[in-house]
Write a protein that binds this ligand. Sequence first.
Ligand code: M6R
Length: 605
Amino acid sequence: MCGIIGYTGKGRAEKIMLDALELLEYRGYDSAGIALLKGGSAQIVKGTGRVRDLRKLCADQKPEGTCGIGHTRWATHGGVCDANAHPHRFGHITLIHNGIIENYRELTEKYGLEGRLKSETDSEVAAAVLEHFYTGDPYSAIRRTVLKLKGTFALAIMFDDQPDKIFAVRNVSPIVAAVTPGGAILSSDVAAIVPYTAVYFVLPEFHVACLKPDGIEMYDLSGDREEIEWLKVDWDVTRSGKGGYPFYMEKEIMEQPQVIEETIRPRIKDNMPDFSSEGIPDKVFSACQRICVIACGTAMHAGLVGKSLIQAMIGIHVDVVMASEFMYNDPVVDKDTLVIAISQSGETIDTLEALKFARKCGSPSISIVNVKGASIARESEYVIYTNAGPEIAVASTKAYTTQLAVLYLVTARMAVARGLWGSEKIRNFIKELLRVPEVMKKILDTKDEIHRLAGTILNARDVFMIGRGLDYSILLEGSLKLKEVSYIHSEAYASGELKHGTIALITEDTPVIAVVTQEKLKSKELSNIREVQSRGARVLLLIKENETLDEGEKWSCIYRLPQMEDPFMVMPASIVLQLIAYYVSLDKGLDVDKPRNLAKVVTVE
Ligand code: M6R
């Protein structure tokens, strides 16, 4: 959480930073600020609100310079107020921070900082400790400070007497950096860098980067210079704007046919699933006795779909564990457990910590990650990248469906590796997977109809979503989408559970969204729908286009999903639920891409 930016070069740092902060705002958006180093001091402009508010402050205060650092905040320590906004300044140090310094109280006491701090943040404490150790050698001050810090941090630091230089160091929280034609730049992620260059590097943990107008040097903590390992952004950089859509969420929903295609195509060779480019040997898929998926939020919902697929088709036990709960449930993972970590950002701290734990227990691991070179990708033994491109809207859409696409391929490869399916079955499975983009396009062509259906829940206070099996898994995600972008309270229920309590909440006109896509569950699901209808619920039904419904049944709202084999119906149904959530949020006039209280990348536990 929190977006950080630093720039030093020939350009106008304030302009470059404000533009970058807008691109990073999805990481946190309760306050923003910049600092420019000039004439042996730093000018800071900061305050609560969005980057657009910071722009106004800058228009008044006119900061200028060619070397600066900037920050967009998601509050962790200390409330949302001007003083707690970054950058922070203590003595000769100006600093921005992403992460949490857990021992800030101890440090406050140890270095006698009580009463000397201007904010309530842990970040200012880090600035004060740096000041304490600074005697003219930035590397020594950084090394001595970092050794005292407990917790996670990405720090970008300017020293008053080190003109044109920005220093950066990190533990867990990400920092990427690049050399541009006009200078050097660092950021929390590549989104802010791609307007200038496609070549960047990930600063390794506990290494110090020094950005200068003519390049970047990197040192380990003992002061030895190290080679930088450069990477290249491999998605189309023109994809990073809104592309004419009012919100990223709509753009990202619309991109799904293309990004699914780009995720599956390179992994299908001769109609067979193939992970040879990822270097994953079949033994990884055949030797495990069970699978444990660790992930959070939407990524965890993708894991639930994966569990249904793998258990049903491969017959091995799969646990899906909320990464934030993993460590507190005495996890039982061992060398026979294949751990699959799923994460769009690849930086979610809970998932990362759970993965580290599993690796210590000897588990083989595969991560499914969208952001190249992210911590989770680097921490796992094997990585399968989703080719979703940058996902900027806080609500995850295309990352989810590309995660699902990878899980279909994993299921199929597992079947090959274990000798479970004949070649015809595998080819048919792959053929159906390859149909997904075209089916998704069909749905996107009906977005006006879905917009109209979304209107039926626009003014609802609560929306219930019901289904069984895979349909229930899809609805867990559909419900999360609706909650986070529309602020309508919504719950997904396994429809068979309703009678055990929840049906008490169904009264006249209660909106219910029901998904029926699995032939084997259809009759039970329809009975459950009738149960809520007979208590007055207003049901919006999502069902396959060829399904027959009893004559005489009244469906005020029905959406016919294009036909796919049952295990693949997750894909079309998900896209409809994403669009419903999007249109409700849009029609309520909300900030669709930046829902309140949220941030795109969750790097605090
Ligand atoms: O980056 P990750 O996939 O690890 O993020 C996990 C969750 O925070 C994320 O999926 C979140 O639930 C979605 N943004 C919700 O749409």
